[in-house]
Design a protein around this ligand. Structure first.
Ligand code: SF4
Length: 628
């Protein structure tokens, strides 16, 4: 079952195997993260056990079987695991995973391998990288299978948590001027991402109604309730039980949508409940990664489409605010977001309940009573006196977000990449870079083609020149930034391990047939320092890694790119500009390490062939087509 629902009766995985066996199935596999917990004596005769890492192999084996076969897959759902750990009923492993963003290539293989949305996008000066959200990580460590060296495991120690701010005395808050009447049922749709306390809001509203002697009906649409999946609660409040006959909100009759996530709010299931003349929205504008990010590494979270859908489906006076930031800064935990939103909705006069009943419901719920009550009051304050919330946050937010690539000007990019290439190799390499970029910049300026082409070259040429070989990975672990990252995130006594698959130390293949990653202890750091110091040997006769197939491929890519730039400049015209930009941006598609990189090079080459043909024979400009 999902979402922590209890299974009716006592059917255990072992009993399921016996049931399947007694129904005549002979090819049965029990797959689990701990197969040793199921000895042959406890399961049906002939049942085989396998680790969940072997699921793919098991499926391939069983697809050859004629007739019915069965897999009993045993795993506690991620949201439920976190719940149990919080309650202390499940062991909380003292191991965490973190990503060194400088080493990360943004290939997305870790998202694909883990299918986990705690692997989040991190926008940096070098483009989008990945980071592990430590608050939502459920520690199954499957992201470590991502084929790259940027994953570091940290055993022991403690996460440094932001301490809640001293909120002082929030003081008496004015009661909302009006409240919705319950002459007819009042419909609230609460939406968000699974595992973040969305269903709790519905439950609290129901309890508060009960405390006031009112009636409520709640329908939780949690689907598969997988972590990161969309969750929607239909909450119907009324004066008398007889007023509400069905728990589902009928199409177009929601009075209020509280959505902790814009993408979930804009989903069809939520939007069909809304009517622009009736439904008020309280929407969290903070970006929460969704499952789309797993499938599309460059997924655009700020999609204008989402905002447009919400603006047309909700009342014009709806509220779109980042509730997560104050929850994190003032209460030290993003989990307080939903409760803040409920407080905000209350203060806006959008809940037909009293604050006293809601606070009592928080107490009855019995979980994080202090934080939830404070979050509810802060949400009220955000509506009653937004300036005071801003004031309270001042000086508390010590994190300086790095500049993102998108926000950088062409000059900033050139300066940044010049410094990077000097550190990577030497001033000569930086000079080679600047020379080519300047050439493209001048050609674009002279032709009146703007900045887009030189910008593409400034980003992509630097990326090719600074390919991440052994020396560079070593440098990126030892240039001080990684050590600071560890110190900022962890406290106490901990030990780090690097997860690597060095080609010169072959360690077998993993389930996907790729070189197996192995854990290397903290003794790697001095080795990394030595390697980083040897980076000036790169490309010389003494470069011990220089003749591997990958390094040769990387050098070929650079030479090919320089030739392409020279060619593009000879054919640059209004007709070829778009193709030129795309062809010189192709290196951005080449990401990752080892087999992941090989695959991305193949894909980029396929696209290159089409673009090269377009460059030779430019397709007619759209304006010309229209004129014909
Ligand atoms: S390089 Fe790829 S696999 Fe490694 S952390 Fe970045 S996105 Fe994940």
């Amino acid at each position: 079952m999902t979402g922590g629902q209890h299974v009716d009766g006592e059917l255990s995985p072992q009993q399921i195997t016996f049931q399947l066996h007694s129904e005549g199935i002979r090819d049965i596999y029990l797959v689990s993260e701990n197969p040793d917990a199921y000895p042959a004596s406890d399961i049906a005769p002939g049942t085989k056990t396998a680790h969940r890492d072997q699921l793919d192999e098991v499926q391939k084996t069983l697809r050859q079987v004629k007739g019915a076969s069965a897999i009993v897959f045993v795993q506690t759902c991620a949201a439920e695991k976190r719940r149990r750990r919080k309650r202390g009923t499940l062991e909380d492993p003292q191991r965490r995973v973190l990503i060194n963003p400088a080493v990360c290539e943004g290939c997305g293989d870790c998202s694909v391998q883990s299918n986990c949305i705690s692997v989040e996008p991190l926008e940096t000066e070098m483009g989008r990288k990945r980071a592990i959200n430590q608050s939502t990580c459920n520690k199954d460590y499957s992201c470590v299978k991502g084929f790259c060296p940027s994953f570091v495991t940290v055993d022991g120690g403690k996460l440094r948590r932001r301490a809640p701010a001293d909120l002082g005395n929030i003081g008496e808050l004015p009661e909302p001027a009006t409240k919705p009447s319950l002459d007819r049922p009042y419909n609230v749709a609460v939406g968000g991402v699974g595992g973040t306390g969305v269903l709790t809001i519905g439950a609290l509203l129901g309890m508060a109604a009960h405390i006031e002697g009112k009636a409520s009906m709640i329908l939780d649409m949690s689907g598969l309730a997988q972590k990161g999946g969309a969750v929607l609660s239909h909450v119907r409040l009324s004066e008398h039980t007889a007023d509400v006959t069905c728990s589902r909100i009928v199409t177009g009759t929601a009075d209020l949508v509280i959505a902790a996530d814009e993408v979930v709010a804009a989903a069809k299931e939520t939007m069909t409940l809304c009517e622009s003349g009736r439904t008020y929205g309280v929407i969290n504008s903070h970006v929460i990664p969704t499952a789309d990010f797993i499938l599309n590494r460059d997924f655009n979270f700020q999609s204008r489409k989402v905002n447009h859908v919400l603006e047309t489906a909700l009342r014009k006076d709806s509220s779109f605010l980042d509730f997560t930031k104050p929850a994190e800064i003032l209460l030290g935990d993003s989990i307080a977001t939903n409760m803040m939103m409920m407080g905000y909705a209350y203060q806006k006069g959008l809940l037909p309940l009293s604050a006293a009943a809601i606070e009592q419901a928080i107490e009855v719920n019995g979980v994080a009573i202090k934080m939830n009550t404070q979050a509810f009051r802060l949400g009220r304050l955000a509506a009653a006196d937004p300036a005071r919330i801003v004031e309270m946050m001042k000086g508390q937010d010590d994190t300086v977000a790095p500049k993102t690539l998108e926000a950088m000007s062409l000059d900033e990019i050139i300066t940044h990449r010049g410094a990077l290439l000097t550190d990577y190799q030497d001033a000569k390499l930086a000079e080679r870079y600047r020379k080519l970029v300047t050439q493209v910049r001048e050609a674009a300026l002279n032709g009146g083609f703007g900045d887009e082409l030189p910008r593409a070259v400034a980003i992509n040429y630097a990326k090719l020149l600074a390919y991440k070989d052994e020396y560079e990975v070593a440098r990126l672990f030892t240039d001080g930034r990684f050590e600071k990252q560890i110190r900022d995130q962890f406290d106490g006594d901990f030990k780090i391990k690097f997860n690597l698959a060095p080609p010169i130390m072959a360690g077998g293949k993993d389930a996907l047939g790729r070189p197996k990653k192995r854990a290397f202890g903290p003794w790697m750091m001095p080795l990394f320092r030595i390697l980083a110091g040897l980076r000036h040997l790169r490309g010389t006769a003494l470069d011990i890694f220089g003749q591997t197939a990958h390094r040769r491929m990387e050098r070929d890519l650079i030479a090919g790119y320089e030739k392409d730039v020279a060619h593009v400049l000879t054919v640059l015209s209004p007709l070829t500009l778009d193709t030129a930009i795309e062809i010189l941006s192709l290196p951005d598609r080449i990401r990752g390490y080892g087999p992941v990189k090989e695959k991305s090079v193949e894909d980029a080459k396929a696209r290159y062939a089409q673009l090269a043909a377009d460059l030779a024979n430019p397709p007619p400009a759209p304006r010309q087509i229209a004129a014909e």
